[in-house]
Design a protein around this ligand. Structure first.
Ligand code: ADE
Length: 258
């Protein structure tokens, strides 16, 4: 099985704040610059890893994933970041681990069904089960054991974080920041199982599917993808999401593959 071979892990995030702690924790780090990105290679808690910022959007994420595989020879990819909620039961501060991913702005109809990536016959790309199980276990450990101490009471209060939960299911990606309730409702109507909305995961999913690389996507919910979505977005990323990502990846590295 692909997931069982010795891991060289690619860790992608969209924003610097989401990866700062990991870079600082890296053992024997060295930097390589390629295609306008800095790739930091080294060890994360004994795991051979390459960390990189994709920047925002599907093309940026696809390029980063492809370079990680082709030039840096990673065997597995994990994308960590934030997302807007795509379901009333998914709250700010919850974590979503993707089971499948879809490009919600892909529409080549009437030539192909809406959402289908032409000539692949696919609209939803599944993440790797073993990698996603391991991400989910890492996230559960964080939420159940470490969350309380990882954030100050004032920070939990500021963002209304109360007993955050883990969800697994459909994540949708598109080249838009969703900031209108009407947009979410339309997407939810077209994709009822939708849990979270972001701008990169499904692009990484397509690249990894085409290259045969196991991947996982984990997202902290930063906003409700409504009119308030942009308010305090960066503060959430800096104070909350950065600590989620750091602890979850640390747990992930310590856990053995299921
Ligand atoms: N990432 C975080 N929040 C988002 C939103 N509302 N839309 C798209 N991507 C996001």
């Amino acid at each position: 099985m692909k997931s069982m071979k010795k891991m060289r892990l690619g860790v992608i995030s969209a924003l610097a704040e989401e990866q700062q702690g990991l870079i600082e924790a890296m053992q024997s780090p060295y930097k390589l610059v390629h295609g306008m990105r800095e790739y930091m290679a080294g060890q994360l808690w004994e795991i051979d890893a390459v960390c990189v910022l994709s920047r925002i959007g599907k093309v940026a994420a696809a390029m980063t994933a492809a370079i990680l595989v082709e030039k840096f020879e990673v065997t597995h990819i994990v994308f960590t970041g934030v997302a807007g909620s795509g379901d009333a039961g998914v709250q700010v501060g919850d974590i979503v681990v993707a089971e499948t991913l879809i490009q919600h702005d892909f529409d080549a109809s009437p030539l192909f069904p809406r959402f289908e990536v032409p000539l692949t016959g696919m609209s939803q790309f599944p993440s790797d089960l073993a990698l996603s199980d391991r991400l989910a276990a890492a996230a559960q450990l964080f939420l159940r054991v470490q969350f309380d101490d990882a954030l100050q009471e004032a920070e939990k209060k500021e963002f209304g974080l109360q007993g955050p939960r883990l969800h697994r299911g459909l994540i949708a990606s598109g080249d838009q920041f969703i900031g209108k309730r009407a947009q979410v409702l339309q997407l939810k109507e077209a994709l009822p199982p939708l849990l979270a909305l972001e701008m990169e995961g499904a692009a990484v999913a397509q690249v990894c599917f085409e290259l045969g690389i196991p991947f996982g996507v984990i997202r902290t919910i930063s906003d409700n993808a409504n009119e308030d979505a942009a308010v305090d977005f960066m503060r959430f990323v800096t104070t909350v999401a950065s600590r989620y990502a750091f602890n979850v990846i640390k747990n992930f590295c310590h856990l053995s593959m299921a």
